[in-house]
Design a protein around this ligand. Structure first.
Ligand code: NAD
Length: 513
């Protein structure tokens, strides 16, 4: 199989075949066991990282805590300048990092580049934010008093990330946390450790060039047990965790048990409502990209299409036709639309879901299956499939992280479609395809979509960094990235200042001595 320049990308990013998995910046260590990374593209071994031992972890936290004492004294715009330089570094290494993301995770090279572009964009956003960490002034009820609200950094922020956005999700958290004055410890997915090594190398260079202390950006590696070091650690006031609902329930409860803060970004079960007023061409493009892009491994991937009965057959036929044109293969080859799943466990989940939904009454419209033979040696390539289903099926109620699209018919009006859309436990992304202003605004109203993301005339997947990203219900309620998500990385302080020589009490209480 063609190499597509992977070797030189790894070299340019300072990723070798054996990497230290524990780092506080330029200092790194590697005392734990070996975590191997294989590419889902061709099944080949890429390299390994050492896992973080408990002893190494404690050293990392101590270093991070020490760094925080300095970092919080650096002015916010000066912290923004470091993040600006990191954005520049990413611009320089965009092609290399995009390629590594594609090779280690399996998404298309274009999507790998897009992910690095998201990192660059959030750096730009954070630079601007570094001069806008605004508090409020509040009118006091007492004469000669001033009230204000200000925001201070929290300290050490733990970041646990998923495999499917192996670099962008880290940067959404870190770029904001850094300008807010926090220091970060990152535990990446055990399925994509080399992407993390590359990112840590790039930020380490920037911090070193600016003579910043060790510990502002730290990386630890390993499975859930290494993640648990952080979730149970009261020295880590905030844990931001992205991944499955199963993980989020454990992490959320563990952090809450010590009254820590958490930002949870968990699974979705995203739907597009297609009404009789929809533009069908846009519907097909939006639905197909949403369902098969990143091989259905986006938290915002389209899982369900809720289609009005009057146009159901037309939409179904157009989709079936569009799926015939999909090319499945090496994601580094730009002619392909669909790459592999992350590993063979994911393939098993996919085949199990197809089997289960059929048992529940689902009717296959576009047949799935695992691809074999030349180019598919990793065993991770599957055919995107379409199933006619009902919303109440157990399989439809769950998120299967694979390209399976369920078509669900509705009759009645947009409220009937909304009842189906909202009738799942997850609440991440949603969309409506309609040219009717009435339907669109009903969808966006308080009695409309119950998701954190609600789109009109675009699909469910792909979000801009300027908005707050996250979802409701079992998706966890966390918000990252744009808008005022930065507030999640800071502590709020209310100040009352008395500039008189009298001490009146609030609520008119008298207390004379
Ligand atoms: P996962 O839950 O298996 O793992 C995610 C991370 O959590 C990994 O780093 C893992 O080591 C860690 N982890 C697992 N159990 C833990 C525990 N008990 N304590 C501490 N850490 C623990 O998820 P995955 O398979 O890597 O990613 C896919 C899932 O992530 C999907 O459900 C997808 O929807 C979700 N996701 C959500 C968003 C979002 O923003 N809402 C973004 C990307 C992915």
């Amino acid at each position: 199989m063609e190499n597509f320049g992977i070797d030189s990308a790894l070299k340019n990013l300072g990723v070798s075949t054996n990497n230290n998995g524990t780092s506080t910046g330029s200092k790194s260590s590697g005392k734990g066991g070996e975590l191997k990374s294989f590419s889902p593209v061709n099944g080949q071994y890429i390299g390994s990282v050492s896992t973080t031992t408990r002893e190494e972890y404690d050293q990392v936290v101590a270093t991070a805590q020490k760094a925080f004492l300095d970092w919080r004294e650096v002015t916010a715009p000066a912290r923004g300048e470091i993040v600006r330089q990191f954005g520049e570094k990413l611009r320089k290494h965009k092609a290399d990092l995009g390629k590594l993301v594609s090779y280690e995770m399996g998404k298309s090279y274009q999507e790998g580049l897009g992910e690095v572009q998201e990192m660059i964009d959030i750096c730009d956003f954070a630079v601007g934010l570094s001069r806008q960490l605004h508090g409020l002034t509040i009118k006091s009820e007492r004469p000669g008093h001033h009230m204000q609200e200000q925001w201070h950094p929290l300290g050490v922020v733990g970041i646990i990330s998923a495999f499917n956005f192996p670099v962008a999700v880290w940067s959404w958290n870190t770029a904001l946390a850094w300008v807010c004055g926090d220091v970060c410890i990152w535990k990446p997915s055990e399925k994509t450790p080399l992407c993390a090594v590359a990112c840590q190398n790039l930020i380490a260079e920037v911090l070193k060039d600016n003579q910043m202390p060790e510990g502002i950006s730290c990386m630890i590696n390993g499975d859930y047990q290494v993640g648990e070091y952080m979730t149970k650690d009261e020295r880590v006031p905030l844990v931001s965790a992205t991944g499955s609902i199963r993980m989020g329930k454990i992490v959320g409860q563990t952090v809450a048990a010590r009254l820590g803060k958490s930002i949870l970004e968990l699974g979705g079960n995203n739907a597009i409502i297609v009404t009789p007023e929809a533009d069908l061409k846009m519907t097909i493009i939006g639905s197909v990209f949403g369902a098969v892009g990143t091989a259905g491994q986006r938290c915002t991937s389209t899982r369900r299409l809720i289609i009005h009965e009057s146009i159901y057959d037309k939409v179904k036929d157009a989709l079936v036709n569009a799926y015939k044109q999909l090319k499945i293969g090496n994601p580094l080859d730009e002619n392909n639309h669909v790459g592999p799943l992350i590993d063979t466990d994911a393939v098993k989940n996919y085949t199990n879901a197809i089997e289960a939904v059929q048992k529940e009454g689902g009717r296959i419209l576009v047949e799935g299956g695992v691809l074999q033979g030349s180019g598919y040696e990793s065993g991770c390539y599957v055919k995107p499939c379409i199933v006619e289903a009902e919303n109440h099926y157990a399989t439809v109620q769950e998120e299967t992280f694979a390209p399976i699209l369920y078509l669900i018919k509705y009759s009645g009006d947009v409220n009937d479609a909304l009842a189906i859309q909202n009738g799942v436990k997850q609440g991440l992304s949603s969309a409506i395809m309609t040219n009717s202003v009435r339907e669109a605004y009903q969808f966006l109203s308080a009695s409309g979509s119950d998701c954190g993301i609600a789109n009109v005339n675009i699909g469910t997947s792909g979000a801009e960094i300027g908005g707050a990203f996250g979802g409701e219900k079992e998706t966890g309620g966390g918000r990252e990235s744009g808008s005022d998500a930065w507030k999640g990385y800071m502590r709020r302080q209310t100040n009352t200042i008395n500039y008189t020589d009298k001490l009146p009490l609030a609520q008119g209480i008298k207390f004379d001595l």
